[in-house]
Design a protein around this ligand. Structure first.
Ligand code: FA5
Ligand code: MG
Length: 420
């Protein structure tokens, strides 16, 4: 089982350049299963594990990481519907970035989309001269199907601005059009950049240890994001595997410049709240966050003793709270194989979306188990194994056969593949 997240923001090496800004679907591509989740705001529901983790992080930022100049402000009710400009353009995503494609992102049509990350609100808040803030919200992505990926999940964005950090004598021009800040090693070694990087890493490590546990195994990985340089990801050792929990970095000088902060530097991070809650409470499957099963929710009742009418954050003590994994119902799997008629038009995420749409949360995981090309026919065959398991009951054979039947029909009619 791979716990590392997809390389959503990695550069699109080796593929031909496509201008995705010209491929925004007119009528959108948001399925009913996704529409139904908009507005649920799990992170705002008292006693929900995502709410508990959000409050714990906010508490740490308020009490341990705020200083006179940086009093962290919290935002958690920005609408998930944002513009292409907010989600991609302002964050310097190139036009050929795969993240912009309709295979990765849910579009309402026109230039409105479901934010793919909370970074969509960064520029707006930087422009309004906020110096330290956290933004929590639901984010949406077409993605693979397994225990740690879900098309709707929750992120918390954090940003801290260091005023007048750029020293023209040492740093040169605050923003220089001719410098490639992603690659430039001189820039990355500047003490003004290193200071910010160190503050970022220390803040995040202290937060993670205080929220999840002091004796965690944590490691930093160099990463790439269009909107930060240098960029990093934090991974935590969880059940013997390194699980990616957040991306972060020093905000790109061009963004600082665009927001009227060319003499300042800033750090930013985006953390996956489900992943963190899974580690903290030992929650085995990301679908559980959406369940109505009280065997799940009752376990989190009463942990949060804060006064719901006050905005004051109290420390939520979860020591000694042990999440009891309730027994899993049996799983079963079915394979589906097909010939792909037009390779350049086939996208795995589209296939996953059909599976989600047909079978909903009864699907636990989908694996590509076989792939081969018939050279003579110049056709490729894929075989996917679909693992079914309900979180709250036994599934019958008839039920699964029907799901599989409906899925096959959908694939044949809408995915231009030939079932085998
Ligand atoms: C981002 O979304 C960046 N916006 C983070 C960032 C912010 C970088 C500010 C720099 C500055 P990424 O795609 O890696 O990066 O996602 C961040 C985290 O969200 C991941 O580490 C993971 O914890 C979580 N995550 C990503 N995809 C999923 C998914 N499908 N299901 C659940 N959690 C996910
Ligand atoms: Mg990542």
């Amino acid at each position: 089982k791979s716990f590392t997240g997809m390389n959503f923001y990695c550069s699109n090496i080796g593929e031909k350049k496509i201008d995705y800004t010209k491929q925004i679907p007119e009528n959108g591509n948001i399925s009913k299963a996704i529409t139904e989740k908009i507005g649920k705001n799990l992170h705002c529901k008292r006693d929900h594990p995502l709410n508990i983790i959000k409050k714990k992080i906010q508490y740490h930022f308020q009490n341990e990481l705020s200083d006179k100049e940086h009093r962290f402000q919290f935002f958690d009710s920005f609408e998930p519907k944002v513009t292409v400009k907010e989600n991609f353009d302002e964050l310097l995503f190139p036009v050929d970035h795969i993240g912009r494609s309709a295979n990765d992102t849910y579009y309402f049509g026109g230039d409105q989309l479901l934010r793919t990350h909370t970074s969509a609100h960064q520029s707006q808040l930087l422009r309004s001269e906020k110096k330290a803030f956290l933004v929590t919200g639901d984010v949406y992505r077409r993605d693979t199907i397994d225990a740690v990926h879900y098309p709707v999940f929750h992120q918390m964005e954090g940003v801290k601005v260091f005023k007048n950090k750029v020293n023209n004598f040492i740093d040169g021009k605050p923003f220089d059009e001719t410098i490639d800040y992603y690659e430039d090693s001189h820039y990355k070694q500047l003490s003004s950049v290193k200071d910010v990087e160190n503050d970022l890493k220390q803040s995040l490590e202290s937060m993670i240890r205080s929220v999840v546990g002091q004796d965690l195994k944590v490691r930093w990985i160099d990463a790439y994001f269009p909107f930060t340089s240098p960029s990093f990801e934090m991974e935590i050792l969880f059940q013997g595997e390194w699980l990616e929990v957040l991306g972060c970095g020093v905000v790109h000088p061009k963004i600082m410049n665009n927001c009227g902060l060319s003499n300042d530097r800033a750090w930013a991070f985006g953390i996956g709240l489900e992943r963190l809650a899974m580690i903290l409470f030992n929650i085995p499957d990301i679908r559980l966050f959406w369940t109505n099963d009280n065997r799940f929710h009752n376990q989190f009742k009463g942990i949060d003793k804060s006064d719901s009418s006050s905005s004051f954050l109290s420390d939520i003590n979860i020591k000694g709270v042990q999440f009891q994994q309730f027994s899993k119902y049996p799983s079963c799997f079915k394979d589906v194989s097909f010939w792909i008629e037009d390779e350049s038009n086939f996208h795995e995420n589209k296939f996953y979306e059909f599976v989600r749409e047909s079978c909903g949360d009864l699907v636990e995981r989908v694996d590509l188990v076989d792939k081969f090309t018939n050279k003579k026919l110049n056709k490729t065959s894929h075989c996917y194994r679909i693992h079914y398991r309900s979180m709250d009951r036994n599934l019958t054979n008839e039920e699964i056969d029907l799901l599989q039947f409906n899925l096959r029909e959908k694939l044949e009619n809408h995915l231009s593949v030939k079932l085998r």
